[in-house]
Design a protein around this ligand. Structure first.
Ligand code: ATP
Ligand code: MG
Length: 395
């Protein structure tokens, strides 16, 4: 019996003028992620259809579950759009299902099909009641909800509905630069931005020897997890050591985190210009730590005019953790490697920093040329969800 995966688009169906662009992007994303499988993908304005080999179904479902822009999908049996073939197919497939109650819902977009939807529900219902013992109709809470979609070219019959991950196809927006640390929050922020269609590059600030290669490996692993939802991700690794050491040498203790974050933002600003990024994305969450009070955020943010998107700004930590578990980044994020933000935490970081103090402190060293060097000497690796990476090769 022929089966296909039938995909419904969901939110992108609200994009009238851009519809084709959204559908084509989704199509290309699916095609690229399924390139290792023997599949054929067909698209029209209402839905997409994947023809697959039976043995691959579980693996293909795992891929489809991670493609943004898919609202729901069904594994559907296919037959010709004529009464006899639909009846025969239904009787053939229903043998494998155990149920006491059922409901039939026919949709007839093929108006040349001679029987109206409601009437055809009755035709099929009668057929089942006649041929299968001890079953009855329940339109409110059936054990088996049988959907029949009669279309021009073929008819789909299915009993299941799977929820996709929604959102817009990745790549329907321009590039955003994600500040990716080894923590819990930033991978979730990256996932949520991609879900809105944003394509991402990731940026990791490291401070070797104060941070370890294990910490870097952790960030690469997180990036790999995010790459399940998109194409390869460029991960830019920035050597932050000289700037960080200069801050600790020259600046007031309670201001070091604020200034460090202003330096990160300045580097992000430059990198957006260099790589054509339109937004900075990070995992800041209001009130979580001293550098994420509203006053801190404002003083830190003032070094750039590029929009900073904080997808988890208004989520509780537990809500963020829920998403992290769902996208399988949580277990990696909690591995205990230090980050450059955590190695030099002062005893009393300032909670309400003053911008003029930051400026005074920053004048104590030539940060501009150090930022130029940091951007000029960064290393970029392409991270995909499939390739294995030799971490020693990265340096
Ligand atoms: P956690 O998830 O445990 O809160 P975190 O990485 O979010 O860890 P924060 O100090 O809260 O740590 O940092 C706020 C945000 O700043 C991060 O979510 C991340 O986007 C960015 N960030 C912090 N450190 C780095 C780093 N070393 N490289 C890149 N981005 C960083
Ligand atoms: Mg955080």
């Amino acid at each position: 019996m022929n089966r296909v995966i039938l995909i419904k688009y969901g939110e992108l169906s609200t994009k009238k003028g851009n519809r084709n662009f959204f559908i084509n992007t989704l199509y290309n994303n699916l095609k690229s992620k399924l390139s290792n499988y023997d599949v054929k993908i067909y698209k029209d304005r209402a839905r997409m259809k994947i023809v697959f080999k039976d043995d691959d179904l579980d693996n293909i479902k795992n891929v489809v579950n991670k493609i943004f822009g898919i609202h729901t999908y069904h594994i559907a049996y296919v037959c010709e759009s004529n009464e006899d073939d639909i009846k025969n197919t239904l009787m053939d497939i229903i043998k494998d299902y155990e149920f006491n109650t059922f409901k039939i819902e026919t949709k007839r977009s093929n108006k040349s099909f001679p029987i109206h939807s409601q009437d055809f529900n009755r035709v099929l219902g009668t057929l089942l009641l006649k041929n299968i013992n001890n079953i009855s109709v329940d339109v409110h809470n059936p054990d088996l909800w049988i959907k029949v979609e009669i279309r021009d070219d073929e008819t789909y019959i299915y009993f299941n509905s799977y929820t996709g991950c929604g959102g817009y196809p990745t790549g329907t927006q321009q590039l955003g630069m994600l500040m990716l640390s080894g923590g819990i929050d930033s991978p979730v922020a990256g996932y949520l931005a991609m879900k809105r269609g944003v394509k991402i590059d990731a940026v990791y600030f490291e401070a070797i020897p104060h941070t370890s290669l294990d910490a870097r490996e952790k960030v690469v692993s997180l990036c790999k997890k995010l790459a399940c939802y998109t194409d390869k991700i460029n991960l830019h690794i920035v050597n932050f050591t000289p700037i960080q050491e200069a801050i600790y040498k020259n600046c007031r203790d309670e201001y070091v985190i604020t200034i460090m974050r202003r330096m990160m933002y300045r580097i992000m600003d430059k990198m957006c210009k260099k790589y054509n990024g339109y937004i900075i994305i990070n995992g800041e969450s209001i009130g979580q730590v001293a550098s994420q009070t509203l006053t801190s955020m404002s003083v830190i943010n003032s070094v750039t005019n590029i929009p900073v998107i904080r997808p988890v700004a208004c989520l509780d930590k537990l809500e963020i953790i829920d998403i992290a578990r769902n996208i399988d980044t949580y277990e990696t994020s909690i591995l205990p490697y230090e980050d450059c933000c955590t190695v030099f935490v002062p005893k009393h970081p300032v909670i309400n920093p003053k911008e003029y103090v930051c400026v005074q402190e920053e004048e104590k060293f030539d940060y501009m040329s150090m930022i130029d060097v940091a951007v000029d000497t960064l290393n970029t690796i392409k991270v995909s969800d499939t390739d294995s990476l030799e971490f020693n090769d990265i340096l």
